[in-house]
Design a protein around this ligand. Structure first.
Ligand code: GLU
Length: 295
């Protein structure tokens, strides 16, 4: 299996020339564009790794998946989806288009920034970030996970678009509470550092349906990943890969195959949608080699 993964890396390496780093967050513009890694963790406890699988990067939008789960655990499904919809959108991840339309009453889905700021705002506790980090450590089995201070500060300094989105949502009554505090948690959660094995284990946690108490949350989270996880490329990704996934502008992709496995992929050069160029190629080849599509 590891040979298959290595070959897939070699045949997709050239795609790192297609696209650019997420330099709208200056610290992300300084990462090494040549790192490529893959990890797979299956339900029987097997782990397969290749390339720079242990290279650390920030989780970015992949955090939106876990914030959604925590928000539902804290508030129940109904209360969360009163505040954020689960419809796919053709708008990019950081859109604020339509947020001020009178007929808009909530963001389109929890995978765009607006929706994720809502779910983060709904996580309970005095120290929301401590709860988030604790949750990540538990499900990845990596107690050393932490956030990257440099990326956090860089994003906080330059996060005016997210600030605009959050303040508009506060003004429209979509979120409650102190906007700057909510954003601080959001910026920190995006800056949590992981490697591909951590992502594979997060994917496996969502794939593992042996705990009846969390099945419904995992089922709906997987459905939202499948419909909106790859930004406004989710439709094409469903056709070409067909594995519920979530990408982040740090270059990571987490994929989850119900009852089977979790996959983590990394390469930081992004295509026009904000998805890892090499990562998409790797996912397509993994699907072909291992027949992964759920459709
Ligand atoms: N921290 C990033 C932002 O809010 C996350 C975006 C992403 O990964 O899509 O702009």
């Amino acid at each position: 299996m590891e040979k298959i993964l290595e070959d897939i890396i070699v045949s997709n390496e050239h795609l790192k020339n297609r696209g650019s780093l997420a330099d709208y967050i200056p610290a992300l513009g300084r990462v090494d564009p040549n790192k490529i890694g893959i990890s797979l963790a299956d339900i029987d406890g097997n782990i397969y790794r290749a390339g720079d699988w242990d290279h650390k990067f920030t989780i970015q939008s992949i955090s939106k998946v876990l914030s959604l789960m925590l928000a539902i655990m804290d508030n129940g499904e109904e209360n969360v989806f009163k505040r954020v919809d689960y419809e796919a959108t053709e708008e990019p991840f950081n859109t604020m288009f339509k947020l001020d339309f009178p007929q808009t009453l909530k963001p389109a889905n929890p995978m765009i920034n607006a929706g994720a700021i809502v779910t983060t705002s709904l996580i309970k506790g005095e120290d929301k970030f401590a709860r988030i980090l604790d949750f990540y450590r538990k499900i990845s089995g990596n107690k050393d996970l932490d956030y990257n201070r440099e990326v956090y500060v860089s994003e906080k300094k330059t996060g005016d678009k997210n600030r605009s989105i959050a303040y508009l949502m506060k003004a429209r009554g979509f979120i409650e509470g102190d906007v700057d505090r909510i954003l601080d948690v959001y910026f920190k959660q995006c800056s949590i550092e992981v490697n591909t094995l951590d992502l594979a284990k997060i994917g496996l946690f969502i794939a593992d349906r042996s705990d009846l108490n969390t099945n419904q949350i995992k089922k709906l989270t997987t459905a939202i990943m499948a419909s909106s996880g790859m930004y406004n490329f989710s439709g094409k990704y469903a056709v070409e890969v067909g594995v519920p996934s979530k990408s982040g502008v740090g270059g990571g992709i987490v994929a989850t195959l119900p009852n089977k496995m979790g996959i983590g992929v990394y390469s930081p050069v992004l295509d026009e949608y904000g998805n890892s160029s090499v990562g998409f190629g790797i996912m397509k080849d993994l699907e072909k080699s291992l027949t992964l599509s759920i459709y």
